[in-house]
Design a protein. Structure first.
Length: 278
DNA sequence: CGCCAGGCTTCTA
DNA sequence: TAGAAGCATGGC
């Protein structure tokens, strides 16, 4: 929406290579961003609204300033990582080279741990439009008003709810999973910030103590919410990729960037008509 | 109507 | 301990 307030809103710009917002926001890693008619994207993260647009190789961030960029958005967009270098390393492998070429502007967003865990619990046996709807209702019902948008409700807020309060979300059997996750996080039984530095298998086992969290949801939470770029979540699409292109398993030499490789492969398998998997 | 959706839990042999 | 059934909901 273009209004007077939009024209007055502050903007921060920065150079960003290997950065295409349509690919970043539409590859299934996040659920709170929507494309505007002018091609820019609006969303909420870390309790702040933002509108983002690419102008050539410049990333323009509306509704923030240098302080906000330094505190939140630089890490959120993973701007400290050289994706060109990652792609050069992955491109030894012809399938990875092709997948990366198909979506050259994907970046892995560093999202809030609790929001990411909760979102991927909701994602199980579900489709992306409905996932976005459920999360939107979760924020509208239990988040804080941040001025024309809602923050993602904290684990503490969800943990205080009475049984049945999540009914308006229409999230089905996932309701009890969300509550169990919120209880374990809010009580301190699980410290999500500690997962960033824990041995990976220990971090996985910790998350899998939550009802409704298995290997795939745990790896998504670790990859997108805890900065564990070596996580390689295996879902139905990746299973097809592995069966077709890597019958002997995914090459270990690429695992240091496994999560980035996974996003290239996931998007390629799902969306590229020529890949033969969809 | 039936099938499927970025899975997981539970039941069964 | 592997493999199938069941799970809420909504779009097609």
């Amino acid at each position: 929406m273009t209004t007077e307030t939009d024209q007055r809103e502050s903007v921060y710009t920065t150079k960003a290579k290997d950065c295409l917002l349509d690919e970043i926001f539409d590859c299934g890693q996040c659920f709170r961003w929507d494309r505007n008619e002018d091609g820019s994207w609006s969303g909420v993260a870390f309790g702040h609204k933002l509108r983002a647009a690419m102008r050539g190789d410049t990333l323009a961030l509306y509704g923030t300033d240098k302080a906000g960029f330094d505190a939140i958005w630089y890490d959120y967009f993973d701007l400290g990582r050289d994706y060109g270098e990652v792609k050069r390393r992955l491109s030894d492998d012809p399938v990875l080279a092709q997948a990366a070429e198909y979506s050259p502007g994907i970046r892995i967003l560093r999202q809030e741990p609790w929001e990411t865990l909760c979102s991927f619990i909701i994602s199980q046996n579900n489709n992306i439009p409905r996932i976005k709807g459920i999360i939107s209702r979760l924020c509208e019902n239990f988040g804080e008003d941040i001025g024309g948008a809602w923050s993602f409700p904290s684990a503490e807020t969800i943990a205080r709810l009475a049984p049945g309060d999540l009914k308006p979300l229409r999230c089905g059997f996932r309701e009890k999973y969300i509550l169990d996750a919120a209880n374990k996080v809010a009580s301190g039984q699980i410290d999500l910030t500690a997962l960033a530095d824990m041995p990976l298998d220990e971090a996985r086992r910790t998350l899998e103590t939550i009802k409704g969290v298995g290997p795939k949801v745990a790896d998504c939470a670790l990859l997108f919410g805890c900065g564990r770029i070596e996580c390689f979540p295996v879902d139905v699409w990746i299973k097809r990729v592995l069966a077709c292109f890597y019958p002997d398993g995914f090459p270990e030499k690429y695992l240091p960037w496994g999560g980035i490789a996974q996003q290239y492969l996931f998007n390629y398998a799902r969306n590229c008509p020529e890949c033969g998997l969809n």
